[in-house]
Design a protein around this ligand. Structure first.
Ligand SMILES: *[C@@H]1O[C@H](CO)[C@@H](O)[C@H](O)[C@H]1NC(C)=O
Length: 173
């Protein structure tokens, strides 16, 4: 009986997949996240988009405005979109943000070199499926080996692929 119940629970949890609990950086200083971040590498279940970068504009309420851009090599132009991440809980200092039904957590950052982000929510291509993506963002398009060592300590284990940050034209947001 117990096994049957476990089986039913397992099947149910797959159908109504929800995001796992995750520890985010505590005492986040949202204002120090301001500025340009280049996405350096991403968990291999996500596409390694070209010239993917984001300009962060912190709000006074602790929210983070994101202006994101990727380079379209067919049209030779940037595709840009914006979203606003609000704190999951306004009273918490944890770096747990959400954009509607999607979670965006900062797992760790030193503000001046790297940030490890984690995303969980419905897939953009199929809203019935939940996906988790972890990525490393950098203040520079390439990482010095000493920063990469620090950043890798904060990165959950798994397979990552490099974003292509080569030959990216300058882009004004
Ligand atoms: C990239 O540009 C091509 C040509 O203009 C266009 O057909 C395509 O939809 C663009 N890709 C995206 C993801 O917008």
């Amino acid at each position: 009986m117990a096994l049957l119940l476990l089986g039913v629970l397992l099947i149910t949890s797959q159908v109504f997949a929800t995001c796992p609990e995750k520890v985010a950086k505590s005492n986040i200083d949202s204002t120090r996240m301001a500025g340009v971040w280049h996405n350096y590498k991403v968990s291999s279940n996500a596409p390694p988009l070209k010239c993917f970068h984001v300009v962060v504009t912190p709000g006074e309420d602790g929210s983070l405005g994101l202006s994101q851009a990727i380079y379209n090599t067919t049209s030779n132009s940037y595709i840009q979109w914006s979203n606003t991440l609000t704190k999951e809980s306004p009273t918490s200092s944890d770096a747990k943000y959400a954009d509607g039904s999607r979670n965006f957590y900062i797992l760790d950052t030193d503000y001046s070199n790297f940030a490890v982000w984690w995303y969980c929510g419905p897939k953009y291509s199929n809203k019935d499926e939940t996906t988790e993506v972890t990525w490393l963002a950098s203040r520079t398009k390439s990482l010095s080996s000493s920063v990469e060592v620090e950043a890798n300590k904060a990165l959950p284990s798994g397979e990552y692929v490099l974003y292509d940050q080569s030959g990216c034209p300058e882009h004004d947001h």
